[in-house]
Design a protein around this ligand. Structure first.
Ligand code: GLA
Length: 387
């Protein structure tokens, strides 16, 4: 944090007035269901994006990225994206979303720095959006609660960055709580902090980064969303249910018993409906400290994502396969959008070194990719303070 304060001072010739910090996330279970009105269970990790701020009255945002050593000038009235910049479009997206919501940020200097690995599926972009939105909320005293902040950050990504993501990542970044997983009902946006007694149970969450490129992620993601829309239309007709508006409205019995050719849209639907049920079961398992049951649900989730939703990859399957072969791993699955990125693993805490030896090292050897692991635990979501 001190480095960011110094960078702010150097670049803008004055001290910041406040800082907002928003974390990345890992999702324990509930994948590709947020945009189907489903249930998800992420938590915030100990990697975050910091945004230092001080307002001025020149009507523009002067933004500086310490990680890229790059400046961008962002005017609320200019909607075109900052081409060629890896980070400025996100800031611009937040400025535009705030303006559209009736809260145009008048003017400020902001400086940004972060340590969420990028392109790894740990929501570095949501962390950036929520940190910037949190900074503007404080800088201009905006009347927005954390849920509104998450929604606005999602709009920034949907409309101005172009990825049709659901609400999970921004919501987790804004509202997570230390030592708890965050159960979000993406239909109502009701949420609950679910105690995650990892330490007391001798367990740890290990994130394994496959280091495989996620180049397909954007286009295939939007394609899966279209498949889900098609499935809703098909199931409405097939089940004769006019009250069916999203895959959340379909029961397990209705989908499992269908006597159909399992075309891609219907397989996507089968994943979504069973995955939502798995999240509900996972929450019950946590309430009973039944981590073996929880791990088994993670396993089923991965298979469903691999076979029905088709968002896994050779690398992710290899990581999950190596992990599940170890008796000290209770569960392993891909986390986030898929196509590369990370897996999440529930591991006995006293065997973390073995995980490096049995899973990460052989993976590196077989793929030639520089995989890494991070041990993490639930952290607080967005935090803001004055300096
Ligand atoms: C990405 C999106 C989320 C969610 C996940 C898959 O992380 O940003 O909204 O859809 O993929 O669960």
């Amino acid at each position: 944090m001190q480095a960011l304060v110094s960078a702010f001072q150097r670049e803008f010739g004055r001290a910041p007035e406040g800082i907002a910090e928003a974390p990345g996330r890992v999702n324990l279970i509930g994948e590709h269901v947020d945009y189907n009105d489903g249930l998800v269970l992420p938590f915030a990790i100990d990697r975050s994006v910091l945004c230092a701020w001080a307002p001025h009255d020149e009507g523009v945002i002067d933004a500086y990225s310490a990680d890229y050593a790059e400046h961008a000038r962002i005017e609320a009235s200019v909607t075109e994206q900052s081409k060629g910049s890896a980070w400025a479009p996100y800031v611009r997206g937040v400025v535009t979303a705030l303006t559209d919501a009736g809260h145009p940020p008048s003017g400020a200097d902001i400086a940004i720095a972060g340590d969420v690995p990028q392109g790894a599926g740990l929501s570095s972009s949501a962390a950036l959006e929520v940190a910037v939105a949190g900074a503007f909320r404080d800088a201009f005293g905006l009347p927005l609660d954390d849920v509104a902040l998450a929604q606005l950050s999602q709009r920034a990504e949907n409309e101005f960055v172009g990825v049709q993501c659901g609400i999970m990542d921004q919501f987790a970044s804004a509202l997570s709580r230390r030592d708890h997983a965050l159960l979000i009902d993406c239909r109502t946006l009701a949420y609950q902090h679910i105690p995650l007694r990892l330490e007391a149970s001798g367990l740890a969450v290990v994130v394994a980064n496959s280091a495989a490129s996620r180049t397909l992620a954007g286009s295939a993601y939007n394609e899966r969303r279209r498949d889900c829309d098609a499935a809703v239309a098909l199931l409405r007709e097939r089940l004769g249910r006019d009250d069916l508006h999203s895959l959340r409205d379909v029961s397990i019995a209705e989908i499992i018993d269908l006597d159909v050719a399992w075309t891609p849209p219907l397989r996507r639907a089968r994943h979504v409906v069973t995955e939502i049920a798995r999240v509900a079961a996972a929450v019950e398992a946590l309430a009973a400290d039944d981590f073996a049951g929880f791990g088994a649900l993670m396993q089923e989730s991965h298979l469903s994502l691999r076979d029905d939703y088709e968002v896994s990859s050779r690398e992710l399957d290899l990581l999950v396969g190596l992990a599940t072969a170890q008796e000290y791993v209770l569960g392993a699955r891909l986390t986030g959008a898929g196509f590369g990125g990370c897996t999440v693993n529930l591991v006995r805490a006293d065997r973390i070194d073995a995980f490096e030896r049995d899973v990460i090292a052989p993976y590196r050897e077989r793929t030639g990719l520089p995989a890494e692991m991070y041990v993490t635990a639930p952290h607080d979501g967005l935090r803001t303070w004055r300096v």
